[in-house]
Design a binder for this molecule. Structure first.
Ligand code: ZN
Ligand code: MN
Length: 137
């Protein structure tokens, strides 16, 4: 199955009406290594798809999140950012430009005493700081 066929199948499963704009949103999410906001996605696609609306981007993202195909990140306080890569991983966020980078390794963490009565199923490590591009400015 090629990428396009896979995307078509994904949309069929979501029960969304298939449009070139929606396919472009899926394609963008599949290929990005960034952690875009809805605005980022809209801005990236509006030139190639002049008929795309911000509402389409936003609503499509909502459905993708609801169906568990995209994660919503709470790392950037200025706007919602989205992560299409669902495997468990960690992040770095630049405090200046908001760039979010994946950290693909595992960490050993000691579960704190006060959480012993809970069943901890996952944890996230978030590094914050200044990215190399901002550091050079
Ligand atoms: Zn930066
Ligand atoms: Mn990520």
């Amino acid at each position: 199955m090629n990428n396009l066929q896979r995307r078509l199948q994904t949309y069929k499963k979501l029960g969304l009406k298939l449009t070139p704009q929606r396919l472009a949103i899926l394609e963008f999410l599949e290929t990005t290594r960034e952690h875009p906001s809805a605005e980022d996605i809209y801005n990236a696609l509006k030139e190639r798809y002049p008929s795309i609306s911000f509402a389409t981007v936003y609503n499509t993202l909502e459905v993708l999140i609801e169906k568990g195909l995209v994660k919503e990140l709470g790392l950037d306080s200025s706007k919602k950012r989205f992560d299409p890569h669902l495997h468990h991983h960690h992040h770095f966020i630049c405090k200046k430009c908001g760039k979010i980078v994946d950290v693909e390794r595992s960490f050993d963490v000691v579960i704190p005493e006060e959480l012993r009565e809970f069943e901890v199923t996952e944890f996230q490590v978030v590094f914050t700081g200044i990215c190399s591009a901002c550091k050079g400015k």
